[in-house]
Write a protein that binds this ligand. Structure first.
Ligand code: TYD
Ligand code: MG
Length: 434
């Protein structure tokens, strides 16, 4: 057996297949086969960012030589979050570099001062010309580089304006190359359109190692961070932040934001123990129905819940559970600016709707979860014990759950249901002793 020609190692041509290796900077034994037992698994492990909620999502921190794309709608807090990560890394003693193509150095300084004392190791490269980056890396030898944003920088050697398909691709290729060659983690900001796609080519997501999304409602303080792609760990973890006057703070008590203003016993409200990654979180799902004005089409509005599931559940309620809607406008939302898109949310959404239509509240200390099928059956969902444990911890005493779900912790009464019709009857009181 003869080994083939030495393969291009990390730091090879940008965009070459080697550029997407495990992204660990100059690898041990590059170009040469070596026993797997001789590989040091701790080398180039994740380095904490200093923000625990972000490290939870990343599975420990940023991996040297990796490229992470942080997407989110304009104004959601991407620049703020990354400025905090840069400051925290710089405060720990390592120089860091911000390539700021959207805001001037003066603007960034003003914002950074709101977030805390300015560490001297926080360097800024102001402008959109990415050809200045290699020299800046040599000058500053940073432990972390942020490019804000990938749609605002340009490589002068490539035709096209910043944000164009060719430029975004070329700039990302260059960043991937520099990250691998220097073994530095890079984070790129990417603006997301209202429809939820990254402005610029989707192909960007394939070029990077990790894709994170920041979400949140402008009018609420809560911001969530989650990974949709992660080469170095699981996706699905949720980081929770609160936007306040001094930037994004870790949320220690999510229920102040999520359930603080809830009116227990109000019709059209159901509480769902949602699960994201390792975390169970109680979320209030609300529904409101109102007669549609004459000669206008019925409205359907879904905020933080899946619009497609809402339409489906309305049909199942009518056809399988005897809940007559008629010509009705329907509004449904998850409270607090959080999104619950898992099928386990079906039963909560359906019962909030049934409760709104009948104007009968659900019991105030009830939680519900379960997927609803087209036949009106209530289906099993994952992580039932975790959902029940969190509900019990926060003080809920009753749960309406799918048939196959285990019993809950001590002190919690768990009622198993097979069908949506049965759940509606039990929860809205048609079968409750009056
Ligand atoms: P920003 O990080 O600029 O958003 P993005 O980079 O995603 O476009 O955040 C902008 C919003 O955050 C803006 O509306 C002001 C608000 N904000 C605060 O509430 N507190 C703060 O400390 C900072 C820096 C910003
Ligand atoms: Mg910004």
């Amino acid at each position: 057996m003869v080994a083939g020609p030495p393969s291009a190692h990390a730091g090879g041509a940008p965009g070459s297949a080697s550029g997407f290796g495990l992204g660990l900077g100059a690898p041990e034994g590059a170009g040469r086969a070596l026993p797997l037992v001789d590989v040091d698994p701790t080398r180039s492990g994740p380095v904490p960012t200093g923000l625990d909620e972000l490290d939870r999502v990343l599975g420990g921190g940023l991996v040297p030589g990796s490229v992470t794309l942080l997407g989110g709608e304009p104004g959601v807090g991407k620049s703020t979050l990354l400025l905090q990560v840069l400051s925290s890394t710089a405060r720990a003693g390592a120089p860091v570099l911000l390539v700021s193509a959207e805001e001037s150095a003066q603007q960034v300084r003003r914002r950074a001062e709101r977030l805390g004392p300015l560490p001297p190791g926080l360097m800024i490269l102001d402008g959109s010309d990415l050809s200045a980056l290699p020299a800046a890396l040599r000058d500053t030898d940073p432990a972390l580089v942020v490019v804000d944003s990938i749609q605002a920088v340009a490589d002068p050697g490539v035709p096209g304006t910043p944000g164009s398909l060719g430029q975004v691709r070329a700039c990302t290729d260059l960043v991937v190359h520099l990250a691998k060659a220097h073994g530095i983690p890079f984070v790129l900001v990417g603006h997301v359109t209202k429809e939820g796609t990254l402005a610029g080519p989707r192909a960007l997501e394939h070029l990077v190692d990790t894709v994170l999304g920041v979400e949140g409602d402008r009018h609420h303080a809560l911001r969530t961070v989650h990974a949709t792609k992660h080469r170095f760990g699981p996706t699905g973890e949720l980081g929770l932040f609160e936007m306040n006057d001094t930037g994004l703070a870790a949320v220690t008590d999510p229920y102040r934001l999520l359930l603080g203003d809830r009116r227990p016993g109000a019709p059209g409200s159901a509480v769902l123990p949602a699960v994201q990654g390792q975390r169970a979180l109680l979320v209030e799902v609300q529904a409101l129905t109102a007669r549609t004005a004459p000669e206008t089409p019925s409205r359907r509005s879904a905020q933080g819940v899946d619009g497609g599931r809402l339409a489906l559940l309305l049909a199942v309620l009518e056809q399988r559970a005897g809940v007559t809607l008629g010509r009705t406008d329907v509004f449904a939302s998850a409270v607090g600016g959080i999104r619950v898109l898992e099928p386990a949310a079906d039963l909560a959404l359906a019962l909030a709707l049934a409760s709104a239509v009948s104007d009968r509240p659900l019991p105030p200390d009830l939680v519900v979860f379960g997927e609803v099928g087209l036949g009106g059956e209530v289906r099993q969902v994952p992580h039932a014990p975790r959902r029940l444990a969190e509900a019990a911890r926060v003080g809920f005493r009753h749960a309406l759950v799918p048939e196959a779900c285990p019993d809950g912790p001590r002190g919690m009464e768990v009622v198993h249901v097979r069908s949506l019709a049965q759940a509606v009857a039990l929860a809205t009181g048609a079968e409750r002793p009056s």
